[in-house]
Design a protein around this ligand. Structure first.
Ligand code: F6P
Length: 321
């Protein structure tokens, strides 16, 4: 029987992580399960930095961005001796199971711990929406709002100056953030990792569009595809139209979680505790067609792909210049 669980947030923080912890704590306490919050992700397991969580610790957290537990990328967790020390700390604290909130890197840590006898459940939370086994990750919709708001502002100045603007959007190697933000922001050109990118082809499209009368345009592009400042120079030189690049950066990760993320966090948190109570381990939670479901973490790890999961690509053809 589960008497005490640990919870940690790991990898890039995402709006809604706090709401997830809140939901876990409420549900656990209602099932007479104690909760320890582990500070700074897997590093906190290694360093044994943990704090007891009560209802008062989390009650006001539903609308707070970031993660009050702290997060980090702790690559040394792949080392067996590091995992062993973490396991000893977990056993010394009499923790029966762990809930890990984060993206694919966090799932790897959760699976390693499950393999060495510490039952773990993973909850997908990253702005990138790049975790298999779920339609949406906690944090994605808040980041979309932030990005669309920025595109709207960028359009004010882009249109005033009759310029071309390039906006670089996060997502690592997944185009979900770029694609939906730029559809909602009405971007004229969209470049995502799931498509072949050639600057010469983009230039041709821009030139065609200028010929048709386009006076200003926004190009949305996922990070890691090219140097956007160099791309801006290239477009300016070849179109004679002033071009600027904006890298949106970590602003995309912050902010008050939107309603959808709060609800998703609350639903997934409840479900994770219920899975542990029923004796499950090595599972990750997802939402598919608005139904909360679970898969093996190993399933998610085996289906990690660099490409966008959704069948949204057809929108690009219809809604861009
Ligand atoms: O995974 C979330 C994310 O914001 C990605 O979109 C981005 O590539 C990465 O994290 C940035 O990581 P860091 O904050 O460690 O620079």
């Amino acid at each position: 029987m589960i008497k005490k669980i640990g919870v940690l947030t790991s990898g890039g923080d995402a709006p809604g992580m706090n709401a997830t912890v809140r939901s876990i704590v409420y549900t656990a306490l209602n099932n007479n399960i104690e909760v320890l919050g582990i500070k700074n992700g897997f590093l906190g397991l290694y360093n044994d930095t943990m704090i007891p969580l009560y209802q008062e610790s989390v009650t006001s957290l539903i609308n707070k961005g970031g993660t009050f537990l702290g997060s980090c990328r702790f690559s040394k967790f792949k080392l067996k001796e590091v995992q062993k020390k973490a396991k000893n700390n977990i056993l010394n604290r009499k923790i029966d199971a762990l809930i890990v909130i984060g993206g694919d890197g966090s799932y790897i840590g959760a699976q390693c711990l499950t393999d060495i006898g510490i039952p773990c459940i993973g909850i997908p939370s990253t702005i990138d929406n790049d975790v298999p086994g779920t339609d949406y990750t906690i944090g994605y919709f808040t980041a979309l709002e932030t990005i669309v708001g920025s595109i709207d502002k960028l359009r004010d100045t882009t249109s005033s100056h009759q310029r071309i603007s390039i906006i670089e959007i996060m997502g690592r190697y997944c185009g979900d953030l770029t694609l939906l933000a730029s559809i909602a922001g009405g971007c004229e050109f969209i470049i995502i990792p799931e498509m072949i990118y050639k600057k010469e082809l983009l230039l041709l499209e821009i030139q065609k569009s200028i010929k048709k009368g386009t006076k200003h345009a926004i190009i949305a592009i996922t990070e890691h595809i090219c140097d956007v400042h160099k791309l801006a120079k290239y477009i300016q030189q070849n179109t004679n139209q002033e071009t600027r690049a904006t890298v949106l950066g970590h602003i995309q990760r912050g902010g008050i979680p939107v309603v959808y993320d709060r609800i998703l966090a609350s639903r997934m948190g409840i479900y994770a505790v219920q899975l542990l109570v029923k004796g499950h381990q090595g599972k990750c939670i997802g939402i598919i067609n608005n139904k909360i479901i679970h898969n093996d973490i190993n399933y998610a790890l085996q289906h990690m792909t660099k490409s966008c999961k959704k069948n949204w690509l057809h929108m690009i053809k219809n809604l861009t210049n």
